[in-house]
Design a binder for this molecule. Structure first.
Ligand SMILES: Nc1ncnc2c1ncn2[C@@H]1O[C@H](COP(=O)(O)OP(=O)(O)OP(=O)(O)O)[C@@H](O)[C@H]1O
Ligand SMILES: [Mg+2]
Length: 240
């Protein structure tokens, strides 16, 4: 693994990223940078390439070209299993928890790939619902509890860059509110977050910046301060 100097404590730097599934060319030259402690969103319509961007960072697409530097390490040539070791935690849309195990068993399973993974106590403090449900099997959890468990498992690994794909999808407003509180706490801890989100109302108050995607490209970058002025553009691109 070659180590590169990253300016301004940059945690993720993507340049000219192309991604392919078989013959399908999905991402067409993505450039994005995320600084340590920032929360940025990837916004866009269905099929615009947001999930593919996260999967490409994890090397879970058919093929990818360009440059993806994580914590100073170029990863474009790395196999998928080495990428979490650089501190990247990926929460896919399908959550990926073990349905046959209970909450605590799920939490004890992920390997601590980095030294600073959260302890069980810290997890239970951040997610009190999981403490109450610690002996419940995965299949018995509500959608919100499953989502919290999926995020908690990533935090156990010691990841400091979180890639979260539509974590609020299908959840009740009260759970969505709890997830917002969790993201704020994680930000305060200094974690860096890339959030793919359909629920703009959830994402807008949390995010420092937004990347707007269309047809596998980033068409606009909007800072939190510019949101008001760019309402019309957002409306036309997202229907929000
Ligand atoms: N495994 C795959 N094989 C071939 N094409 C795929 C595959 N997964 C996604 N695609 C295509 O890639 C494009 C981008 O999909 P992606 O999942 O990144 O979209 P998205 O922005 O996350 O939107 P949504 O989650 O709403 O579908 C779509 O045209 C989709 O059909
Ligand atoms: Mg998606």
């Amino acid at each position: 693994m070659s180590s590169l100097q990253t300016p301004e404590f940059e945690q993720l730097r993507i340049a000219d990223l192309h991604a392919f599934y078989g013959e399908s060319h999905i991402l067409h030259g993505i450039d994005l940078q995320v600084r340590r402690g920032e929360l940025v969103t990837l916004l866009g319509r269905n099929g615009s390439g947001r999930s593919t961007t996260l999967r490409a960072i994890m090397n879970m697409v058919g093929r990818r070209t360009g440059s993806i530097v994580v914590n100073g390490n170029e990863t474009i040539g790395l196999s998928a299993h080495l990428i979490p070791r650089l501190g990247v935690g990926y929460c896919p849309e399908e959550r990926g928890i073990f349905a046959s195990l209970n909450v605590e068993e799920n939490l004890l399973l992920p390997p601590a790939v980095r030294s600073n993974g959260m302890s069980l106590d810290e997890i239970y403090e951040m997610f009190p619902n999981l403490y109450e449900r610690r002996f419940s099997q995965g299949t018995r959890l509500s959608g919100g509890e499953q989502q919290m468990l999926a995020m908690a498992r990533i935090l156990r690994t010691g990841a400091n860059l979180l890639l979260l794909d539509e974590i609020t999808e299908g959840l009740a407003p009260v759970i969505v509110q709890k997830l917002a509180e969790v993201l704020i706490k994680l930000k305060h801890k200094g974690l860096t977050i890339v959030l793919v989100e359909q629920n703009f109302r959830f994402a807008a108050p949390l995010a420092d910046r937004h990347y707007l995607m269309e047809h596998g490209q980033i068409v606009e970058q909007i800072s939190a301060a510019e949101l008001g002025a760019k309402q019309e553009l957002l409306h036309s691109c997202l229907g929000v």
